[in-house]
Write a protein that binds this ligand. Structure first.
Ligand SMILES: Nc1ncnc2c1ncn2[C@@H]1O[C@H](COP(=O)(O)OP(=O)(O)O)[C@@H](O)[C@H]1O
Ligand SMILES: N[C@@H](CCC(=O)OP(=O)(O)O)C(=O)O
Length: 376
């Protein structure tokens, strides 16, 4: 099912709803139990009417601030992980109580982004989420902060929500935050106005998208746009709105910003490559190669590479960057970083003549390449 516009939201059978820290905390940064209850009332009503909801919730770090006696949200990874471990239990307890008041069961599912797309992990995550939904349980997902390492963690739940939406084949995703939609500039800037519908990521390329406006949120609008792009390019429409509008969003009212779908469901491998893989190095491309890659359908040949950065093995994910360092694409590289310096800038003819068969092949094959159409 592809929903054409927000008026069709009542038809969505399966919806992923993500709520950010900024909507779950009061002015003092503590968990706001009323906000949890208000959200659960709406999800429970949808559930009891036959709909399925997967909730992706932040708030564990915020919930851990008070019990640990911290003055504000910790910024160093180890303390944030400790706060998340203390806070996650409290967060889930509040949700379980609130769902129980409606006679519903909920379940805690802690995931890393890689769990949702990496071979061997994703099936387990998919199976358990499916089973929970079949059993009438509301899955409550958060990032597994205690084990997510600095390099692979997202630190924001926006992109995790998009990957979960793909995993459970959601009909729509709703991102709840502390602003009522996407604005054409920072919402506190005088004259900034809200955008109602976005039909393609290109429409919003020029707008000023900033970081977090709150003391507890992490990604700001940047990660929400990245999440929206993952979802809409894989066939899942997205609504961005403030938490108090969630009932209206589910009912198909004109709230928030609607991001229409721009593509079909993509493969798990390409999602992983584009959005969850840990990049091991960078290949710097000349202008000709940048144009060929951006046009789409081309593989990257040694002749178009001017520099190699980082240490990687054949098969690792790398970034393809333009001469100014802008990311053009991500791809799986076919050579080790130690082999590449003597190949780059050489024509396939030269490579075949001097080094023999096998060295004249693509450095990144087009099937192993994902364009960075929006900020990765
Ligand atoms: N163009 C924009 N439109 C809307 N919000 C924006 C924009 N640029 C920056 N923001 C900021 O993004 C914030 C939401 O992100 P964040 O604080 O991380 O929330 P959450 O905790 O819900 O993930 C808003 O409060 C707003 O200040
Ligand atoms: N997983 C952590 C961090 C996620 C987070 O704060 O993201 P967000 O508020 O959505 O920008 C938490 O639950 O606090």
């Amino acid at each position: 099912m592809t929903l054409a516009d927000r008026s069709h939201m009542p038809d969505a059978e399966r919806v992923v709803i993500k709520i950010g820290s900024s909507s779950l905390t009061g002015p003092d940064g503590r968990l706001d139990v009323q906000a949890v209850r208000a959200l659960v009332d709406v999800i429970a009503a949808r559930h009891l009417a036959g709909g399925q909801v997967v909730l992706v919730t932040s708030g564990s770090v915020a919930a851990g601030i008070d019990p640990l006696g911290l003055a504000s949200r910790p910024r160093d990874l180890a303390t944030a992980q400790a706060a998340a471990s203390v806070g996650q239990g409290m967060l889930i307890a509040r949700y379980s109580e609130a769902f129980a008041a409606h006679g519903l069961r909920s379940a805690q599912v802690l995931l890393t982004a890689e769990d949702t797309v990496r071979r061997g992990h994703y099936r387990n995550a998919q199976r358990s989420l499916e089973r929970l939904l079949e059993l009438g349980v509301v899955p409550i997902v958060n990032e597994n902060d205690a084990v997510a390492t600095n390099e692979i963690r997202f630190g924001d739940n926006d992109r995790l929500a998009a990957l979960v939406s793909h995993l459970v084949r959601a009909d729509a995703m709703i991102l709840l935050t502390d602003v009522d939609g996407l604005y054409d500039g920072p919402p506190d800037r005088p004259g900034a106005s809200q955008i109602s519908v976005v039909n393609s990521p290109q429409e919003i390329e020029h707008i000023d998208i900033g970081g977090t406006g709150s003391a507890v949120g992490t990604g700001g609008m940047v990660t929400k746009i990245a999440a929206m792009s993952i979802a809409t390019t894989s066939g899942i429409p997205t609504i961005l709105t403030k938490a108090t509008n969630v009932a209206g969003a589910l009912a198909g009212e004109q709230v928030g910003t609607w991001f229409a779908v721009t593509g079909k469901r993509t493969t798990r491998r390409r999602l992983w490559l584009g959005h969850a893989a840990r990049v091991r190095g960078r290949l710097v491309l000349d202008d000709g190669a940048v144009q060929a890659i951006k046009r789409g359908g081309a593989s990257l040949l040694p002749a178009g590479i001017t520099d190699v950065k980082g240490e990687f093995d054949a098969g690792d994910p790398v970034e393809l960057v333009d001469p100014a360092g802008g990311v053009v694409a991500r791809g799986l590289v076919a050579f080790d970083s130690t082999e590449l310096p003597e190949l780059i800038g050489r024509s396939t003819h030269w490579l075949r003549e001097r080094l023999g068969e096998g060295y004249d092949r693509e450095v990144v094959h087009r099937d192993d390449l994902v364009l960075a159409r929006v900020r990765l």
